[in-house]
Design a protein around this ligand. Structure first.
Ligand SMILES: [Zn+2]
Ligand SMILES: [Zn+2]
Length: 120
């Protein structure tokens, strides 16, 4: 009488979730994998959308890179260090994307500072 603990009952569907970082109520559309308000994500997928990761850690947006005409956010899991890239979507708040760009640039400038001998 053993019921196989299969994942048959799980189906990929649009899920609403509350952002664990800022508490924003995110309306899922099946592709949503990060908060449009603070851009944080959660480590729930091994492959996009499968929700198979057991970690569940908060994924911090740590970088951003051009992706065609759009951008990709680099997320790093605070709990386990896993990194993943996620496309910026139209729903994402532009201000948050800008802020991340500035943050990422600043990091780069810090790295370059060693070579820069001009100091005020
Ligand atoms: Zn958020
Ligand atoms: Zn993780």
């Amino acid at each position: 009488m053993e019921e196989p603990l299969s994942t048959k009952r799980f189906q990929r569907r649009a899920e609403d979730f509350t952002c664990a970082q800022c508490g924003f109520g995110v309306e899922g559309n099946g592709y949503t994998n990060h908060c449009p308000h603070c851009l944080y994500s959660q480590h729930v997928d091994i492959h996009p959308g499968d929700r198979a990761a057991e970690c569940g850690g908060l994924m911090e947006p740590v970088g951003i890179e051009p992706f065609g005409e759009k951008w990709k956010i680099l997320h790093r899991c605070i709990a386990c260090g896993h990194e993943r890239k996620n496309k910026v979507v139209d729903a994402d708040e532009f201000a948050a994307v800008l802020e991340l760009q500035q943050k990422a640039n600043k990091k780069r400038f810090y790295a370059l500072e060693k070579d820069d001998s001009t100091r005020a």
